[in-house]
Design a binder for this molecule. Sequence first.
Ligand code: PXP
Length: 242
Amino acid sequence: MPTLGVNIDHIATVRQARKTTEPDPVWAAAMAELGGADQITIHLRQDRRHIQDRDLRILRETVNVRLNLECACIEEMLMIACQSKPYQVCLVPEKREEVTTEGGLDVVTNLAKVKSATQQLKDSGIVVSLFVDPDAEQIDAALACGADAVELHTGTYANDFFAGNTIDSLAAIDTAARRAHDVGLHVDAGHGLTYKNVLPIVAIETIKELNIGHSIISRALFVGLQQAVREMKELCKVETKS
Ligand code: PXP
């Protein structure tokens, strides 16, 4: 049964649409915790389009579950991360023009840079996860970097689910999760997961945590965030054989 990380970036997106003070992601984190979130996930982007430095600062003080900070592998973010010391940093690729994180981090091509960033974060006592595509080479590279965890990008699976054929993409996630688990990495997964498509991912026993944002926040508009998180937590407990 995977634990659940709730990504609250979209709360900050609504606030930033008016550059005002509401809705506050700090409130969202509290509601998500009450709903059963095991982790709060935020992405501090270089362009600060949603989460702000102030949010990280306050969430670092107020979140009672694990705080997972997603950020780009660049000096500015590494410095912020090392100063704020969240439980975990997940290094992600970042392009200014993208709507959301599009692919996994190319650890193979950027091995030296990612390895040094991983070391820097670990020296500050931070658990390090790398957001990678479900690909054997990327997993081996993540291990070579000294990462503690990988978060497998489930975006292709999510798109395939929508199109009605998940056989290949689900098999790729299963194989990658097994490989990562076998070499001792903690295995997380996320991106594009919804109340409709999450069960086959929950059924993969080697995946230990899911990070979900868009679908939970969307449902929260109608049922409230606490209830939306509770409903996703229930799905994470469903026992199905992969
Ligand atoms: N994991 C990572 C690394 C992400 O970048 C995102 C998107 O911000 C998510 C999980 C959550 O994706 P979604 O909002 O599609 O659930």
